[in-house]
Ligand binder design. Structure first.
Ligand code: SF4
Ligand code: MG
Length: 316
């Protein structure tokens, strides 16, 4: 159900201005309010950069980022300020994100205090968000290093919730945690989504995690989204040769754990990507046109978009 007013759209143009390193090339991604968009691809493909741009931490070098239908570049300072609070990022390593000298209460109160969001008692304000994140508020006087990885992840989540966001960008947010803790944190994300009507961009290299949590999935290769589809569709009918290789069934070493398949060949440098279709040096179906012409995004089934020249042949 497209709802333009409620959309968070990210539409970026080409970014090619070395020496500034930008892993993003051409991206046109729309995240609908209330959905979980999974973003996957090999490391170095630009997922984290896109996540940061989506969260408003990094400006696009060209193109535009629309927040709820409005171009960020055209917002007043006040509007951008508000949009920045509504989009929060949860990083991979909770220890690195938390100042080791601040106790949990101070950590959670930090941003809302700066933004004047705490009207009554600071302790009550903090307790509310710690509870939402499943963290026992009676331990809020302690320092981050006194907690396990899972507890620190909850503190990190409480910190994000404390500024009352609408959109969370999770960049490998559970990657460093044990499998059992991962499941708890993923369930927490799902519960929070229901309770707070949150929208997520979920960046992950873990297939199991993406399959579990996402409504739709975007596959990224060297700075471009090469395929985008509802999660069940992309797993059942991957269209793009890159997606097909990435999702090729791999032996499950651990129950419930699926990793991406190793795609043959090396990932070329994002600073000097191959011309035409970036994937052509590694693609078993590459032909002359692929080396020259960038494949256009085509809707091959409702809500299923792919960018590969083979789809022209199929349609002809
Ligand atoms: Fe392969 Fe060509 Fe399709 Fe790119 S456009 S994925 S090189 S067949
Ligand atoms: Mg990354």
């Amino acid at each position: 159900k497209p709802d333009l007013a409620g959309r968070i759209s990210i539409a970026l143009g080409a970014a090619k201005s070395p020496p500034v390193v930008h892993a993003i090339d051409i991206v046109d991604l729309t995240i609908r309010q209330g959905e979980v968009m999974g973003l996957v691809g090999e490391s170095g493909c630009g997922k984290s950069t896109l996540g940061r741009i989506a969260a408003g931490i990094l400006p696009p070098s060209s193109g535009s980022v629309l927040w709820q239908g409005q171009d960020r570049a055209e917002m007043s300072t006040g509007q951008r300020f508000a949009a920045d609070l509504k989009a929060q990022m949860i990083f991979q390593n909770p220890m690195a994100a938390l100042n080791p000298r601040m106790n949990v209460e101070a950590l959670v109160a930090e941003a809302p205090r700066i933004h004047g969001m705490i009207k009554g008692s600071r302790a009550d304000y903090v307790d509310n968000y710690l509870r939402q994140a499943g963290f026992d508020p009676s331990m809020k006087g302690r320092l981050p290093h006194q907690f396990s990885g899972g507890q620190r992840a909850r503190v990190n989540i409480a910190r994000a919730l404390a500024v009352q966001p609408e959109f969370l960008v999770c960049d490998e947010s559970v990657a460093a945690l044990d499998v059992s803790i991962q499941a708890q944190i993923l369930n927490l994300f799902m519960d929070l989504r229901e309770q707070l009507s949150l929208t997520y961009l979920f960046v992950s290299h873990d297939l199991g995690v993406v399959e579990h949590i996402s409504d739709r999935v975007a596959i990224m290769y060297l700075g471009r989204i090469v395929e985008e589809a509802p999660v069940a569709e992309v797993f059942a009918r991957p269209n793009h040769p890159y997606t097909q290789q990435l999702l090729a069934e791999v032996p499950r070493i651990q129950k419930g754990k699926r990793r991406f398949s190793a795609v043959k060949g090396e990932l070329p440098s994002p600073l000097d990507p191959p011309k035409g279709c970036h994937f052509h040096p590694r693609c078993p179906f590459a032909h002359d046109r692929c080396r020259i012409e960038v494949p256009a995004r085509q809707e091959i089934a409702p809500g299923h978009v792919s960018a590969c020249h083979l789809n022209d042949a199929a349609a002809a």
